[in-house]
Design a binder for this molecule. Sequence first.
Ligand code: ZN
Length: 413
Amino acid sequence: MHLKTKPLTTAFILLFALSILPVNAQNQKSSDRIAVTAKRMIDVRSGKEIPEVVILIEKNKITAVGSNLKIPDSVQIIALGDVTLLPGLIDAHTHLLHQYYSRYGDDNSNRILEMVQLGPAKRALLGARLAREMLEAGFTSVRDLGNSSINADIALRDAINNGDVTGPRMFVSTRALSPVGGQFQSVTAAAQQLLSQEYVQISGAEEARKAVRQAVYDGADCIKVIANSGSRRLSLEEMKAIIEEAKRANLPVAAHATDGDGPSMTAAEAGVSSIEHAYTVSETVLNLMAKKNIFLVPTDAAGVAKYQERIKRAVKAGVRIAIGSDIYYEFPGKTRGQVCAGMYKTYVVSGMTSIEVLRAATLNPADLIGNNSIGAIEAGRFADIIAVKGNPITDISVLEAVVFVMKDGKVYK
Ligand SMILES: [Zn+2]
């Protein structure tokens, strides 16, 4: 009985569907073409405000931007009203597969617990949540710099790109290259066997080259180097080998450097793309960074006078700044994205102007990452757009309450 009636029923449904399809298609606005409108936009490059802005988008790319642009009939309109549009934020220093808890103690105790308790699978799943939290807070891209077990960052990045997981575009380093012991304090010989889950420990230029080649093979978008962990330091020869290999694969190199001028100077001399932290560097290092176009990625905690003072000196020396959060502790009651968005006001307190901060949150990290499809609302770039209430030029803290997030032409908030 089924055999007789089913083909007929199916045919009827098909015919019916075909008959209504053209009518529907006529009335439906194409979801491939979108116009986003708002009261104003900040052009981060020029620093100018564009009133009554219209952004035309086709698929995932911006095709035109301007005041009161004519919107074609077939385009779907997202009218956001009295808000300010900005490019999606880019956090230049994240650890999305890494979370410490104050209840477990300090960095040293957390580091050991994380290493022994969380393998790549658990790290990637933690990262899936933190990535979503970042995107919801307005971060459409991040440069994620290690502490993500073995290649779990690659897995998360690819899952986001495949649409399996919601998150920002991730540019990832895989494991950081480090002196012997990574960033761990003294642990037993048995525990030392586990350190390679977190760091690739190198001794000598050949091991440095090999580590970069492995990262390239694993799919890294950049290389992270721990120039020093306290007094344990990589040599200039090792750093140079890392940069030479990374350049061959066209990957930027980020160097973690603290404790005065020594490690930062080695990194700058070797020719890294960015120096992370550099809390206490002198003019000598800052001038060399400016001369060699090396970015400073300050990861400043609020209210530390010596950090604020070196931001002033860096700006004066002409060093380009790409702001990174380096947040990896849980802040109960706040998402990771909310905590990271709170970092921008620190830099206004340090003397940067609002537009300098906005550039350090968008254009500059895009340049550092080496991707000219992100970081600005301009024709040809990806439609990564956020909206805030109020105006960040007069009050940078509005970045802490992003009300609209579009990534790759798709609305997430
Ligand atoms: Zn870090």
